[in-house]
Design a protein around this ligand. Structure first.
Ligand code: SF4
Length: 369
């Protein structure tokens, strides 16, 4: 794009942001096409402030679990799934899963469990209900953020129940919120290429719409950096914005960069997204998603230095995690979790922002002014 044309495009976006006007499809496209990365970051940060999102940068102490990697779907970008007969296939019983979670909670005190799984055809709906109930009974103060929309849909095919019935039953035994996975890219062209076995995007929206109406908050995502075009990225973001206008239940948006390792795409020579593309996606997400309060720069995937930069491109959350650690530490030794918190705090402070440890629903637990 010629410099003058680019400057005038960014100037018109700035005017809209300052006037509190909504950006449209064309704006989204020209923002993704610009190579003026610093101007884009400055605009996204302006949008954050104009829309009342403060200087706090949030992180959460959470535990990632996967109960089974057995999956019938075979998405082409997935390096996790296995068939039941493969040697690395596993399915943990409820007891094994809960015992492990309780042990790790004693060591780390996490406040959230984030769990997603393969869609195993060899379990039934009771497997899910028993797991949620047992986790909730064992760790009642821990928020359970479990199961993608695809998994919820899978439970309807296993049980013959509707999305609403499945969600009501899960909520009754302790489900707190849904993660945002399974969205991938909504454009049908892309879905046919990368996840032909996955249900239609309307199903993803129906599950989230139903969850919001039942008072279950959810998260939303976009998996970018593979076969999708800029147009398809913008279309995806605008569909999420439209849903949020209707039900308002998305707590946060997470742009997920595609990782080609151990997928067919790696054999075809695909590479990781670049830092510039990652920062662009954070900025354009903040600019277009004017009704989603929190944009996550997921440091585990981006790396801490890039996540730190993303805080100046519209992000206000770095996620956070409880790292796997041994239960028995040498006396007096700091846990890996404590070290990770210190590191996150330092990175956020050095970016000129205020670190805040939050719970899943963005209630403040601890603050470093
Ligand atoms: S549904 Fe999930 S686990 Fe199964 S293949 Fe697709 S991404 Fe992998």
């Amino acid at each position: 794009m010629a410099v003058a044309a680019r400057e005038s495009t960014l100037a018109s976006v700035r005017e809209k942001i300052e006037a509190g006007e909504r950006l449209d499809f064309e704006d989204g496209l020209t923002l993704l096409e610009t190579d003026d990365l610093l101007a884009l970051g400055e605009l996204a940060d302006l949008a954050r402030r104009v829309r009342g999102v403060g200087d706090e940068v949030y992180f959460v102490q959470n535990l990632y679990l996967n109960q089974t990697n057995v999956c019938r779907v075979k998405c082409k970008f997935c390096a996790f799934a296995a068939t039941r007969k493969q040697p690395h296939a596993y399915t943990l019983s409820t007891e094994e899963l809960v015992e492990d979670a309780v042990r790790r909670h004693e060591a780390t005190g996490f406040t959230e469990i984030h769990m997603v799984n393969g869609e195993s055809p060899h379990v039934d709906f009771a497997f899910y209900l028993d797991t949620v109930r047992a986790l909730h009974e064992a760790l009642p103060a821990v928020h359970l953020k479990l199961y993608t929309a695809s998994e919820i849909h899978h439970m309807t095919t296993l049980s013959g129940l509707t999305h609403e019935q499945v969600l009501r039953e899960l909520k009754a035994v302790g489900l707190g919120s849904l993660p945002g996975g399974g969205a991938e890219v909504f454009a049908e062209r892309v879905r046919r290429l990368v996840a032909p076995g996955k249900e239609h995007p309307d199903v993803w929206f129906h599950v989230h719409d139903t969850a919001h109406r039942l008072g279950i908050p959810t998260h939303c995502t976009l998996l970018y950096g593979h076969v999708e075009t800029y147009e398809e990225r913008v279309d995806h973001l605008l569909r999420l914005r439209e849903q949020q206008d209707k039900t308002g239940g998305f707590i946060a948006f997470v742009p997920l960069a595609f990782h080609p390792e151990n997928t067919v795409f790696e054999r075809r020579g695909w590479r990781h997204t670049t830092g510039a593309d990652d920062l662009k996606m954070i900025a354009v997400s903040r600019l277009l998603l004017d009704n989603v309060p929190n944009i996550k720069a997921y440091w585990i995937m981006m790396g801490l230095p890039m996540a730190q930069l993303a805080l100046h491109f519209g992000a206000n959350d770095v996620q956070g995690t409880v790292v796997r650690e041994e239960i028995f530490h040498a006396a007096g030794a700091r846990t890996e979790t404590e070290q990770k918190v210190e590191e996150l705090v330092r990175f956020v402070r050095e970016a000129g922002r205020i670190p805040v440890q939050r719970d899943t629903l963005y209630n403040e637990l601890r603050r470093w002014d």
